[in-house]
Design a protein around this ligand. Structure first.
Ligand SMILES: C[S@@+](CC[C@H](N)C(=O)[O-])C[C@H]1O[C@@H](n2cnc3c(N)ncnc32)[C@H](O)[C@@H]1O
Length: 330
């Protein structure tokens, strides 16, 4: 699913790499929220190729992957050195490195970055302090106090991210981002996250956790509308010297649905979606469970129940992604 969204962004990224107002190099490309880098390989390859076409085959390019200090950076460097998909394969004068610090903090000295890339990360809030009593995702709660706390936090986080990135970008630099977004009415996550919440409610009914513990299990994600993303740039104004060059909402097709329609294998379909969900939210959920409850056994039970629910009523999962291109005023 993540790779599908990234493919949808690649042509915007390629254009940004071709048109970025940069000097003759060396160039600095930053991958904000890289995780273990598996999905960073295609966009970094595209950027290296585009910059080399512009500035010659041996212009030095540094690629900096950033993520939280808890990220598995060893896996990232392992992938860079041995994955068949690594952008380092047959590359010369490309210098990868990493920073383990939140992008809600400054990461570089002023005017250092030519190109920024960030996918499937900016929906995470900077804080896990907001608890929702009625949903597993903070941004899908219907409790008025939670809704307004989430909206305040996501607006603050977006502005902070923009101000910090603007300081780090060279004049004429560009940043391309793709992250979870929504229409005014739907998020596209109603089915999967609704089933996960229902599985958690069933566990509570069966005595696995208390009401208080259930409320604590809130994934700190907020899903923005395009108006919320556009808000700092109201009336076409720049914000923090950044121009909003492009903003649109992309609805992603479910990569597993076509296969399900062909073979009707509901269990295989459910297993793929369960694995996809576990990859992005299981560690967060496990971290919110009391150690005395055996978090590993708890999340295993939760995702077993979730998978069974998906088998009973498969449907396509078609979430939205905001595609954003920003440029720093020259
Ligand atoms: C779903 S992964 C996306 C990874 C990759 N960019 C991709 O497109 O597949 C989200 C990543 O964002 C990181 N992340 C979340 N909040 C962050 C923050 N404040 N600063 C840096 N990274 C953050 C997470 O640690 C995680 O590795």
């Amino acid at each position: 699913m993540q790779a599908t969204g990234i493919s949808a962004l690649l042509s915007l990224w390629e254009t940004a790499c071709r048109t970025v107002a940069a000097g003759e190099g060396p160039f600095t490309i930053v991958d904000y929220g890289s995780s273990q880098g598996r999905n960073s390989m295609p966009p970094m390859r595209v950027a290296i190729k585009a910059l080399r076409l512009r500035s010659g085959p041996s212009v030095p390019i540094e690629v900096v992957h950033t993520d939280l200090p808890t990220n598995d950076f060893s896996a990232l460097f392992e992938a860079l050195s041995s994955s068949p998909d690594s952008y380092m394969n047959e590359a010369s004068d490309v210098f990868p490195s990493a920073i383990g610090r939140s992008y809600f903090e400054p990461l570089f000295p002023p005017q250092r970055v030519d190109l920024g890339w960030s996918t499937w990360s900016l929906q995470w809030m900077s804080t896990g302090m907001i608890e929702a009593p009625d949903h597993i995702l903070a941004g899908m709660s219907a409790t008025p106090a939670v809704v307004s706390a989430v909206k305040r936090q996501q607006a603050k986080d977006w502005e902070r991210f923009l101000v910090l990135r603007s300081r780090e970008m060279r004049p004429g630099g560009k940043l391309v981002a793709g992250f979870t977004a929504r229409t005014a009415d739907i998020t596209g996550w109603e089915w999967l996250l609704g089933e996960l919440w229902s599985a958690l409610c069933d566990m509570r009914t069966d005595g696995w956790l208390s009401q208080r513990e259930q409320t604590r299990i809130t994934i700190p994600i907020a899903i923005r509308t395009l108006d919320e993303i556009r808000k700092p740039f109201l009336e076409g104004e720049d914000f923090a010297d950044l121009e909003l060059e492009h903003l649109d909402l992309v609805r992603l097709a479910d990569p597993c649905w076509e296969q399900f329609e062909r073979n009707g294998d509901a269990l295989a379909f459910a297993k793929r979606h369960t694995a996809m969900m576990q990859a992005w939210c299981e560690p967060t959920i496990a971290s919110l469970i009391e150690p005395s409850r055996n978090p590993a056994a708890f999340v295993a039970e939760l995702f077993n129940r979730f998978e069974r629910r998906l088998v009973e009523g498969p449907r396509p999962h078609e979430p939205y992604m905001a595609a954003v291109v920003l440029s720093k005023r020259a």
